[in-house]
Design a protein around this ligand. Structure first.
Ligand code: SF4
Ligand code: SF4
Length: 236
């Protein structure tokens, strides 16, 4: 294994000489066409029933005043990824230069610890007929299209996004489009209270209409005080 691919949870954001890739998803531009999901399926030939990226939505309002709220999802390539910390055999790891969180299929023992540790349901088990090793089933996930990005291409989902809702680039480069978008817009990350430091940033995600509800926006102190009040109420 090369030096740059060693197991690591070292943060790469703001480190001179290193790249820190991130994705910005502008939900105001997402039209829910699912082209990203299809492009990802085509890129990786993921089996039926599992996805590396997907586009859940919620419908609000009452006919005829209804609205769909899309929240494209994928691995957040966290800077402090609990999946990496919880893997007992170092099968999942973070790439120092770039921040990709990747999977070494030949090491994975299929224990699913990483799946349990990931707060975003970003990982899935490959069906037995698609496993990479004859020994056991393995876990798979989004790679931020490592194989494309390292050849100066953007991820397949970004390339195909017709609304240009998905933008990808190096946050350590102040001249990149992602740096510009993060600097000039209010952004949200999913479940910030988990301390995972996600590197998928949303613009315009509606806190009342995502699968994470208002927790997406709530600071940990607020959540803790609510939890304490709830426990007190039920005398727990
Ligand atoms: S989103 Fe889940 S799988 Fe991806 S790096 Fe974070 S914890 Fe790991
Ligand atoms: S399922 Fe594989 S990658 Fe996940 S924790 Fe177990 S060995 Fe590591």
């Amino acid at each position: 294994m090369s030096e740059e691919l060693r197991v690591s949870s070292i943060e790469t954001r703001g480190v001179p000489g290193k790249r820190r890739y991130a994705m910005v998803i502008d939900t105001r531009r997402c039209i829910g066409c699912m082209a990203c999901q299809v492009a990802c399926k085509a890129e990786y030939d993921t089996p039926l029933g599992v996805n590396r990226t997907w586009v859940p939505y919620k419908v609000t309002g009452k006919y005829p005043n209804v609205k769909k709220h899309f929240l494209p999802r994928l691995c957040n390539h966290c800077d402090d990824p609990p999946c990496v910390r919880n893997c007992p055999v170092e099968a999942t790891f973070k790439v120092d230069d770039g921040g990709f969180v990747l999977q070494r299929y030949e090491r994975c023992i299929g224990c699913r610890s990483c799946m349990a540790a990931c707060p975003y349901n970003a990982r899935f088990m490959l069906p037995s007929h698609r496993t990479y090793t004859p020994i056991t089933n393995v876990v798979d996930k989004c790679t931020f299209c490592f194989h494309r990005v390292t050849q100066n291409l953007v991820p397949a989902c970004v390339q195909t996004c017709v609304g240009r809702a998905r933008v990808f680039g190096d946050l350590n480069d102040p001249n990149s489009e992602v740096s510009y978008l993060v600097a000039h817009n209010p952004t949200q990350v999913l479940r910030p209270e988990q301390g995972t430091k996600p590197h998928v940033f949303y613009i315009g995600a509606d806190r009342n209409h995502t699968e994470y509800g208002r927790d997406v926006y709530r600071r940990i102190e607020v959540m803790e005080s609510e939890r304490a009040a709830w426990k007190k109420h039920f005398d727990l």
